[in-house]
Design a binder for this molecule. Structure first.
Ligand SMILES: [Zn+2]
Length: 248
């Protein structure tokens, strides 16, 4: 995905070559005219530059902070995910990774069912949501685009730089953390890390509990980090991650 509008048009040539530096004139009148011509020429040049700048902006608009890339309903960032939109009260429009770099994945556990998590994220009063939910059966639902900032970490800086993943289950029930869920989540995380060039380590793949200032304990003591990281690394080497082909 990405830069479909790139019209890579040649660099709108033709600088309207200014009044070459002919200083030579000896008479006052000449100098006045010269100055006047220069002024007019300068104005024209300035207008020309403005037009050029606007053209340039038009071609590069997706790089300008605050300008949104086009979004199509139902488009997902991870090919294996299905799309269900979260309420837009639970996230903020952004243009990542251009306005905020993404260098972190944050792992959560829902403390509820898959369906209850989807419902909560669709609820404008919930004021929180992650980008993805992974079910115990391995299904992956995306509810917020990775372009956007999801409210999930309880920390603005961490929200802006991370992708959040919920996992269906309860922190005190080890049996909720199924093989299918670990495997699906590891593939998802490997893809995210490939897209943004995030190192596959515990500095960059963290639990909600590790976010400064949080009072949340998820993913809890039963989340097997060694196993998860091993699965992520394996997925990274075996799967060509979807959408990883961004340049720039
Ligand atoms: Zn959490």
């Amino acid at each position: 995905m990405g830069a479909k509008h790139v019209s890579t048009g040649s660099s709108t040539g033709g600088s309207a070559s200014g009044p070459g530096g002919g200083s030579g004139g000896s008479r006052d009148a000449d100098r006045r005219i010269g100055r006047r011509a220069l002024l007019v020429g300068g104005t024209a040049a300035a207008v020309g530059t403005a037009v050029l700048a606007r053209d340039e902006l038009a071609r590069l608009w997706w790089r300008v902070p605050g300008v949104e890339r086009p979004r199509e309903e139902g488009v997902v960032d991870y090919a294996a995910a299905s799309w269900v939109a979260a309420s837009d009260e639970n996230w903020r429009r952004a243009d990542r990774p251009d306005d905020f770099g993404v260098d972190m994945v944050i792992v959560h556990v829902t403390q509820g069912s898959f369906a209850s998590a989807v419902k909560a994220f669709q609820d404008p009063a919930h004021k929180a949501a992650t980008h993805y939910i992974v079910g115990q059966d391995g299904r992956v639902t995306q509810m917020i685009r990775e372009l956007d900032v999801a409210y999930h970490a309880g920390n603005r800086d961490y929200n802006e730089r991370s992708v959040g993943i919920e996992h269906e289950g309860f922190v005190d029930r080890p049996q909720d953390l199924t093989d299918e869920m670990y495997a699906a989540s590891a593939r998802l995380t490997a893809g995210i890390c490939a897209r943004y060039d995030i190192p596959l380590d515990r500095e960059h793949i963290i639990g909600h509990v590790e976010v400064p200032g949080t009072d949340h304990t998820d993913p809890g003591p039963h989340w097997d980090w060694d196993r998860y990281m091993e699965l992520v690394r394996r997925a990274a080497t075996s799967t060509p991650s979807p959408g990883a082909s961004k340049s720039a």
